[in-house]
Ligand binder design. Structure first.
Ligand SMILES: [Zn+2]
Length: 232
């Protein structure tokens, strides 16, 4: 292999290593991002709290209703026991029974509303639970896929690095130095251009005859347009 061929190959390796590094960065960010899962978790927690409140509201009303029921029973029993003779007391008992009946009617209505509300909230909990489970499964699956991709990238990166280590010493040192210098200055990317029909493959500039001659002779030379190292 001539040094321009090796240099071209070195650049291919470096460009692929760059793409791998960029992808690894993306994966790291995506693996840490669980916003969607956390959102569904938050919604589920909120719905569960609402369900607890709805159940407590229903229980409070049930308790109150039961208590009112037994008070009513007591008052009713007393009223018809035949033990109360005092007209004033009888009238008071009647009033009490009526008031308790009215209270119980109110409570039963409220209780019905509370039960309807609770059922609705329970349904919302189930829905939120389903959404959370779906999100969790999707997240888990995505994590596995990303971890697998990361492993593949790591392996590929190792192979490329080994290849690079073996290739670099075969190039003329001044070419390697120039190449590394350019890559550092350009912060990566393409620094080696091919000359095709006298035109630079990177910037499209038609090169001077002297440069074309140098490229043909495999001498170190650069494009006047983009500053890339030129090879055939
Ligand atoms: Zn150029």
């Amino acid at each position: 292999m001539t040094w321009p061929q090796m240099l071209s190959h070195l650049q291919e390796i470096d460009l692929e290593l760059e793409r791998i590094a960029a992808r690894q960065k993306e994966i790291t960010i995506e693996i840490q991002d669980n916003t969607e899962l956390e959102n569904t978790r938050k919604i589920l927690k909120q719905r569960q709290e609402e369900a607890t409140q709805a159940r407590q509201a229903q229980e409070t009303l049930e308790f109150e209703n039961e208590r009112t029921g037994s008070k009513l029973k007591q008052a009713d029993t007393k009223l018809y026991s035949g033990q109360v003779h005092n007209a004033r007391e009888v009238a008071d008992l009647h009033a009490k029974v009526n008031s308790l009946k009215h209270r119980r009617e109110q409570l039963e209505e409220q209780l019905l509303d509370a039960m309807i509300e609770r059922e609705a909230v329970d349904e919302q909990v189930q829905e939120a639970q389903q959404q959370f489970t779906t999100a969790e499964e999707a997240w888990q699956e995505r994590q596995t896929t990303l971890q697998e991709e990361q492993e593949q990238l790591k392996t590929r990166s190792r192979t490329l690095t080994e290849e690079r280590t073996a290739l670099t010493p075969q190039l003329p040192p001044h070419i390697t130095n120039s190449y590394e210098y350019l890559r550092k200055r350009m912060e990566g990317g393409i620094v080696v251009a091919h000359l095709k029909n006298q035109v630079c493959s990177v910037c499209g500039l038609e090169t001077r005859l002297a440069i074309q001659q140098k490229v043909r002779n495999q001498e170190e030379t650069y494009c006047d347009g983009c500053g890339c190292l030129l090879i055939k």
